[in-house]
Write a protein that binds this ligand. Structure first.
Ligand code: UFG
Length: 324
């Protein structure tokens, strides 16, 4: 298939491109390189530098006999989405709706969409399955849920079939070292731990140690990006075979606490990684775990790269050269 990967120079996008190329799909990346980087581009894939807010450019890219779109071009910093909702509305909603309109105009009828566990809000039960009520508590999560609703309508009205992949906590790097770009200004736990290990930052602040969990710190379901990438391939195969829209959680069903992550990172990196306990961060649930049963059943997918050791080791390989 010929696939347009929108946001293919980003952290998750570049891993997705790698799996698509290894499955012998033809790939064209469309990316404005605002958060993604040129270092993440593969020479075997085509590249168009463009913005999803530039409709004519997007339409031109779509009119290259594209069979399916993989859409990962989103802003994803939860805190920033609460401070600057306009930026998130423009990019994650208007840009994504432009994509659906360009698909309609260019007669492209399949899309794999990056969604997030943030659509659920605070969990009412665990593990969270796809039937769990959706009630986002941040604007970022709202944009993802809203796009799922738009895609439902574009399916009904325009026959665009979609698979929405609700990622839990994406972590890790390609184990073969094929993806080289570090995320700029990371907001998430593991890159922050890595920066502390490198001496780029002094310490990790742990947001809350009084949760009702085994060590008092929050528990999350960390999923390796290579596992996420593999799920995109399976999702494409599913769409091709069944032509039916679906939503899937992507997680491991296993929880790791903030403290466990830091202690394991100390062991693997051999670095001190100082940490300090701070107050709870607003909107953080104590525990968030995915049920990935549906993806296992319908896609034949499950996480195979996501053990803690591998997650940290593959990330450290990339950060180690920056150690001070
Ligand atoms: N944490 C710290 N210190 C930090 C950063 C994070 O203690 O400096 C803690 C958080 O409080 C949380 C855990 O580490 O308990 C993981 O935090 P992240 O910011 O890495 O990830 P989140 O679970 O908050 O959010 C992630 C993605 C979102 C997505 C969400 C869905 O960043 O995009 O998962 O569950 F929406």
């Amino acid at each position: 298939m010929k696939i347009l990967v929108i946001g293919g120079a980003g952290y998750i996008g570049s891993h997705v491109v790698k799996s698509l190329l290894s499955a012998r799909h033809e790939v064209c990346v469309y990316d404005n390189l605002s958060t993604g980087c040129a270092q993440n581009l593969f020479s075997d894939a085509g590249f168009v530098q463009g913005d999803i807010l530039d409709y004519p450019a997007l339409l031109r890219a779509m009119k290259q006999n594209i069979d399916a779109v993989v859409f990962l071009a989103a802003k994803k910093a939860v805190g920033e989405s609460m401070e600057n909702p306009g930026k998130y509305a423009n990019n994650n909603l208007i840009g994504a709706i432009n994509t659906l309109n360009a698909m309609t105009e260019a007669d492209v009828r399949k899309i794999i969409f990056s969604s997030s566990a943030a659509v659920y809000g605070l969990p009412e039960y665990l593990p969270v399955d796809e039937q769990h009520p959706t009630a986002p508590i941040n604007f970022y999560g709202f944009t993802k849920l809203d796009m799922e609703n738009y895609m439902n309508w574009y399916d009904r009205l325009k026959g665009i079939k979609f698979i929405s992949l609700r990622y839990f906590n994406a972590v890790g790097y390609d184990e073969e070292g094929a993806v080289k770009g570090l995320e700029k200004n990371p907001q998430n736990l593991l890159p922050i731990i890595m920066e502390a290990a490198c001496g780029i930052r002094k310490k990790v602040m742990i947001f809350g140690n009084d949760y009702d969990t085994r060590d008092g710190t929050c528990i999350r379901d960390y999923i390796h990006v290579s596992d996420l990438a593999a799920a995109h391939l399976k999702a494409l195969e599913y769409l091709q075979k069944n032509n039916q829209s679906q939503i899937f959680n992507l997680g491991t069903e296993n929880g790791v606490s903030v403290l466990e992550m830091i202690l394991k990172a100390r062991e693997i990196t051999g670095k001190e990684i100082p940490y300090e306990f701070a107050g709870r961060r607003a909107g953080d649930p104590a525990v968030l775990l995915a049920s990935a049963q549906k993806a296992q059943k319908l896609l034949g997918w499950s996480a195979v790269h996501s053990d803690l050791e591998n997650i940290i080791d593959s990330t450290w390989k990339l950060y180690k050269p920056s150690a001070i």
